[in-house]
Design a protein around this ligand. Structure first.
Ligand SMILES: [Zn+2]
Length: 333
């Protein structure tokens, strides 16, 4: 089985200067599409589930779908990651399901809406690191606050990450990967005016911390997908995302993990709308979920090529959580 700690996937990516997409999932077709793309491009991959997705799938279903992905693809390094965990309890739950990585988002309080303060963030992150590392599980945390709201997560306010605070935070918490805010946001409406990211802040942070950096809210929201959604009866005027050129630059400047949720949703929705509009006689879910799965796989394969992930699946021998337990205990000794 190729389930590996996310720390390994990100550190290998950082060594070689490429990015790894973390793709959000809720159901079987999405997971199959991601794995088809990973197989086609020979890419390591991070499959992530939000708390909302886990709840939607009654936890157990998503767990087994992810495990099925690992069983079916023994040659692909896969990390199972919890996206936006809100408490030690949510991390414990994900780890009990077999996740090899968890995010604790202490930039917000447990309700996922109220901005927290630095001390709260350090305290809750530390508690998760302490618990997870004993079990070999990777921890991602967040400092600064993203705009937008997705899956009920988000405060609506933006706070660009302070590089010195990021440095202090990493030192105080011992996290493995850090999500930063440099102007991206969750959802399909990321920019009102100029599509600007604070690359200067990213450069400063990269110079100050020595762990992989994560970019949330990094869907590109391709106009072509929005056009197809709208052409077949959708209503998404003015949707915008982060241009791929910006993401490539961010990867070059040191981002290792790129979170993609919105684009996958758009691809699936556009294709299902097309089938409904063009073949109104169809009523077998396979007639629209099947084509949606193909379109999603193509979209993700192109991201794997753009992020530079393609071709790296066989670069390294997968580590186990047991290996990580040993590594973490050395650091703490
Ligand atoms: Zn996020």
């Amino acid at each position: 089985m190729a389930l590996v700690p996310m720390k390994q996937i990100l550190e290998e990516a950082r060594k070689k200067g490429y990015g790894v997409g973390a793709y959000n999932v809720n159901n079987m077709e999405q997971i199959q599409a991601i794995m088809a793309a990973a197989q086609k491009t020979k890419s390591p991959v991070i499959i992530q589930a939000s708390r909302g997705a886990l709840k939607y799938s009654n936890f157990t279903y998503l767990k087994h779908l992810m495990l099925a992905a690992a069983e079916e693809n023994p040659d692909i390094p896969i990390a199972m990651h919890l996206d936006h965990g809100n408490s030690l309890e949510s991390a414990k739950k994900a780890i009990s399901l077999g996740f090899t990585s968890v995010m604790i988002d202490g930039s917000l309080k447990e309700d996922g809406k109220t901005p927290s303060d630095y001390k709260y963030n350090v305290d809750v992150t530390k508690s998760v690191v302490e618990y997870a590392h004993k079990l070999g599980v990777t921890v991602e945390a967040e400092i600064g606050r993203l705009g937008g709201i997705e899956d009920g997560v988000g405060s609506g306010s933006v706070h660009i990450t302070d590089p010195d605070e990021a440095k202090k935070f990493v030192g105080e918490t011992g996290v493995d990967a850090l999500a930063i805010a440099i102007g991206t946001s969750h959802g399909a409406y990321k920019f009102k005016g100029d599509k600007k990211l604070a690359f200067d802040v990213l450069e400063k942070i990269r110079a100050l911390i020595d762990i992989p950096i994560v970019l949330h809210g990094a869907s590109s929201v391709p106009q072509e997908l929005i056009d197809r959604v709208n052409k077949y009866g959708g209503k998404m005027p003015g949707a915008t995302g982060v241009p791929m050129e910006h993401l490539k630059k961010a990867i070059k400047l040191g981002v290792s993990k790129i979170n993609v949720d919105t684009d996958g949703r758009l691809a699936v929705t556009a294709e299902i709308r097309r089938v409904f509009a063009e073949k109104p006689e169809k009523f077998d879910p396979r007639d629209y979920l099947g084509p949606a799965r193909i379109v999603l796989a193509d979209l993700i394969a192109s991201k794997m090529n753009d992020f530079g992930t393609a071709g790296h699946a066989g670069d390294y021998a997968p580590k186990t959580l047991q290996d990580m337990i040993k590594e973490y205990s050395k650091v703490n000794a």
